[in-house]
Design a protein around this ligand. Structure first.
Ligand SMILES: *[C@@H]1O[C@H](CO)[C@@H](O)[C@H](O)[C@H]1NC(C)=O
Length: 436
């Protein structure tokens, strides 16, 4: 009797234990829901961002909870930890996906370029059907020649990413701007940039700030000009120094130092031309070219003469690929700057790029692309148009070049204040143009 009663009691007990287990399991389920909602408020859990193996482990863990709920609090802690791990992994995965997408894009681009280069090597072929033919834009790159400058070659091996890098020339006259320049490059997280230090003070500054630099051999003839000379001499030197980078097989994004970097420019290049440059233009027409009609009433019926116009490429920010036409361009510009005392490097750069062959003159055959003038923004576009426009002022450019204004340093700082620190009033104190 006693035995039977005990037996019944035990059965009752085990039934209540069973009930409480179910209640606990439900409670844990609810707790789970809360944890998930907390960590994955957008409901991305179990969708694309979790790996299948994680999913499996999670559902295993869930079924285990149902069967052994007595160890609940220990389990909950364990699961919490597991969720934290999963959460961290999820973040890692997202970064990896982003990196892979970027790599894929670069590979696609390379494939495209290889295809274009293969086309060059084809000797002769028939033209394709209407609308399918395409001339060459992307010329083949030169074979790298390390003997040109072994010391620079070593530096570039370390600094360049995918065979390309940002290069700026600087002497002590632009020291403060250079500091704004590289601190923004660092903030954006661009690893592949190099300062060509034209004097020892700049080399020292770069060293102390952990900025990659290349100090020119001071005994070399052209460099004496750079150290003693003003802006103009440095401009001429720029094209000679650039030549060595191209000969070593690198693509260079040449950059003045009055430029604020807000995004990584290498994510926004097309790489389909010998020269891809920012423009001094300020709208679709002036940046990309238009038909400027010249009126000569004396001609009566033929009074309108159509002309081709475009605002110049900005020779302070351009991407140049290591091709023969690119190197020819640098040689032609450097040659003319050394012979013509009063010429301006940007004017010469554009004349060489755009004037066609005629009479005794042979034009350069280089392909060209104008960068998007809102993404690679000059300071006229910013101060005259963008800051007044509700929509445009919300877009973040890749770079802003303070090329149109002499008060460069305060305007650079204001650009940082506006785009980086979100100070909406930062650009307001400045007039549209300079007051002379
Ligand atoms: C400039 O061109 C782009 C496309 O090339 C176009 O979307 C935009 O509306 C144009 N802007 C103006 C002001 O015409």
């Amino acid at each position: 009797m006693a035995g039977r009663r005990e037996g019944a009691l035990m059965r009752e007990n085990s039934q209540s234990v069973y009930k409480s287990r179910i209640i606990l399991a439900i409670a844990i389920g609810v707790f789970f829901g809360c944890v998930l909602t907390f960590f994955f408020p957008n409901g991305h859990f179990l969708s694309s961002s979790f790996s299948p193996s994680l999913n499996r482990r999670l559902s295993n863990a869930l079924s285990q909870v149902g069967s052994t709920s007595c160890e609940s609090s220990g389990r909950i802690n364990m699961l919490k930890t597991e969720y934290m791990v999963a959460f961290e992994k999820n973040k890692d995965l997202k970064v990896q996906v982003r990196e892979l997408t970027e790599k894929l894009r670069l590979v696609e681009q390379e494939k495209d370029q290889v295809q274009k280069q293969v086309q060059i090597l084809d000797v002769q072929k028939k033209a394709g059907a209407f609308g399918t033919v395409k001339g060459l834009r992307t010329n083949p790159t030169v074979v790298p020649d390390e003997s040109v400058n072994p010391r620079l070659a070593k530096i570039l091996e370390k600094v360049a990413v995918n065979g390309e890098l940002i290069v700026a020339l600087a002497n002590s006259n632009v020291k403060e701007m250079l500091e704004v320049w590289f601190s923004n490059i660092k903030r954006v997280g661009i690893p592949n940039y190099l300062v060509v230090a034209l004097d020892h003070e700049i080399a020292k500054l770069c060293k102390s700030k952990n900025v990659p630099f290349y100090e020119r051999d001071p005994d070399e003839g052209i460099d004496t000009v750079a150290r003693t000379g003003g802006n103009h001499a440095v401009s001429g030197l720029k094209f000679r120094v650039l030549r060595e980078f191209l000969q070593l097989g690198y693509s260079v994004l040449l950059s003045d130092v009055d430029i604020v970097y807000l995004q990584n420019p290498f994510d926004h290049l097309h790489r389909d031309s010998d020269v891809e440059s920012m423009t001094d233009g300020h709208d679709n027409r002036t940046a990309y070219g238009f038909d400027d009609v010249f009126d000569d009433p004396a001609m009566g019926w033929a009074r309108f003469a159509h002309t081709m116009r475009m605002w110049v490429f900005n020779s302070g920010f351009f991407y140049i690929r290591p091709t023969i036409p690119s190197i020819e361009l640098l040689d032609r510009v450097a040659g003319r700057l050394s012979r013509e005392v009063n010429s301006w490097d940007q004017a010469v750069f554009n004349e060489e790029l755009f004037f066609p062959s005629h009479n005794g003159y042979e034009g350069l055959h280089a392909s060209r692309r104008t960068m998007d003038f809102y993404m690679f923004m000059n300071s006229k576009v910013l101060f005259k148009t963008v800051r007044q426009d509700a929509r445009l002022s919300k877009l973040k450019p890749v770079i802003v070049h303070v090329n149109y204004h002499p008060d460069k340093l305060p305007r650079m700082r204001a650009v940082v204040e506006y785009y980086v620190n979100g100070n909406q009033d930062a650009l307001k104190p400045f007039p549209v143009g300079s007051d002379w």
